[in-house]
Design a protein around this ligand. Structure first.
Ligand code: MN
Length: 505
């Protein structure tokens, strides 16, 4: 059981703009320098998808062909553009207009320092990225095409870092556009924020969100072979600290939990789904509210999962899992539960009745336990119990439906150790210090109408989600170390206005 590598076979195309004016020798050098730069960036190991250099772009037809091919190729998850020389930007219009993949403008150059003693007109003619980047930037801005701009010499570690983060967001966007979400049952009755427009979500995020009858899950449960269940139990034993009672007097409960996991996994695979969501109010003849299985969706399968019919958070968790692939930490459903208002030690504790995933990292080996659960009216569910590992600059992200658009809301948080044993709390949880402070963060969160359900990512942070939101053309309100409640309220008003006016994306 391991998550499929979302970068396998994926490419980022590198298009270098120039023109015929400079003659063959200059164009030969442009191509050679570009190859050197792409090789360097690929060798940093910081960029999880392969960057592929394409032939130098010198004409409107050439740019259009490049963009059409990049857009049509399912393996291309993004396009980087750079201008070594001057590249008159009217030649980019027709191509940029048909580009459907995320764009990054790399404002870099081949030479690091100005060769003060030797620089002449020939050198300037060839090495004029500062000039070319502005002409290119003008046309991208004029066309209103969202892009990430990364500035710096190509050997600057920060450049590879930023391109790498963007490549992760590209993979998240690709995953979003190829996502099928399996809903078992509908939304929890009467809950507002977990509702939303699934048709609009498919238009905006590309994710196809549909419902399967819980009876089908029950049938899948009945069809699970014992061997598959036993393999899953072996995996539990290898990864978790399993309560001895579950291997003895309560083995039947463990078997049921593993069998439910198998049934869900089989249905997800049979339908090509990468995110799932259930609802404790609609479990049909399932014996337990699924606990350990869904907790393992992000950590063992790389899939999104959320509870109570909240498909929006399930979508975010899948995107978070993809963006963070290969990094320490991961993505999970989280839910704000309880504040610690002690002066100077203000904290927020998040949890859920069962479904928080150990993918976010755990302080100790997760315990696999069984406890009663009043909600749902089913047999005692088996669940993983742990505390999330400390992590600076993690994020919680919520998606809410604002009628005419979706709003993403993010708070940058520092996950910290719980302040006590939490020995009576039989569910997974994480404790964090929200930035800039608990009071400001909570005030801003409530002002923006953010959900109580969030996706926590401890692998990727703020920048990856910002890159993702830009690609999706979706509002992202950010609460971070510099936020003040007053300024945030104003930002939100402006942002609301902007997104209502710019709702054609
Ligand atoms: Mn909930």
């Amino acid at each position: 059981m391991a998550m499929e590598n979302p970068f396998e076979g994926k490419e980022i195309w590198f298009g270098v703009g120039s023109q015929d004016l400079y003659g063959e020798e200059a164009l030969r050098q442009v191509a050679a320098h570009s190859a050197e730069m792409v090789d360097y960036l690929n060798a940093t190991g910081k960029i999880p998808a392969k960057i592929v250099l394409k032939p130098t772009l010198k004409s409107s037809d050439g740019v259009k062909q490049f963009m059409v091919e990049a857009s049509a190729n399912p393996n291309v998850i993004g396009v980087i553009a750079w201008c070594h020389t001057f590249s008159p930007a009217k030649m980019w219009i027709r191509g940029l207009e048909v580009l459907t993949k995320p764009l990054l403008q790399l404002a870099t150059q081949h030479h690091k320092e100005i060769p003060w003693e030797t620089i002449d007109m020939d050198f300037m003619n060839l090495n004029q990225a500062a000039h070319g980047d502005r002409e290119f930037g003008y046309i991208v801005s004029r066309l209103g095409i969202p892009r990430k701009i990364v500035v710096g010499h190509y050997t600057d570690p920060e450049v590879a870092e930023k391109v790498g983060t963007w490549a992760r967001a590209c993979a998240g966007w690709d995953a979003s556009n190829n996502m099928k979400v399996m809903r078992w049952g509908d939304n929890m009755r009467n809950v507002a924020v977990t509702e939303g427009d699934k048709t609009e979500a498919e238009r905006v995020f590309g994710a196809s969100i549909n419902t399967w009858a819980v009876n089908e899950l029950v049938a899948a449960y009945d069809a699970v072979k014992d061997d598959q269940v036993k393999d899953i139990i072996e995996d539990y034993k290898a990864r978790y600290d399993v309560d001895p009672a579950l291997l003895d007097a309560k083995y039947d409960s463990l078997f049921i939990a593993a069998k439910e996991e198998a049934a869900m996994v089989n249905m997800m695979r049979a339908n090509g789904c990468t995110a799932g969501v259930d609802n404790f109010e609609d479990l049909g003849a399932l014996p337990q509210l699924p606990g350990v299985g869904p907790q393992r969706f992000p950590s063992e399968y790389g899939w999104g999962f959320s509870a109570e019919g909240d498909w929006k958070t399930a979508v975010l968790v899948r995107i978070g899992a993809v963006m963070g692939y290969g990094l320490p930490g991961g993505a999970s459903l989280m839910e704000d539960y309880s504040y610690n208002f002690t002066e100077g030690n203000e904290l927020d504790m998040g949890s859920h009745m069962l479904e928080v995933s150990p993918s976010i990292g755990t302080i100790a080996k997760p315990k696999l336990e069984i406890h009663p659960l009043g909600i749902g009216g089913k047999a005692d569910p088996v669940r993983l119990v742990f505390s999330g590992a400390p992590k600076k600059d993690a994020v919680v992200v919520s998606m809410a439906d604002e009628r005419e658009r979706f709003r993403l809301l993010m708070d940058v948080v520092d996950v910290v150790e719980p302040q006590g044993s939490l020995k009576e709390l039989p569910c997974a949880r994480a404790v964090w210090k929200p930035q800039p402070s608990l009071k400001t963060a909570v005030q801003c969160w409530i002002t923006a109408g953010g959900s109580h359900h969030t996706c926590m990512t401890t692998s990727v942070g703020r920048e990856a989600w910002e890159d993702f939101a830009r690609m999706a053309g979706v509002e992202l309100a950010v609460i971070d170390e510099n936020t003040t409640a007053r300024q945030f309220e104003k930002e939100l008003e402006l942002s609301e206005m902007y997104h209502r006016l710019n709702n054609q994306h």
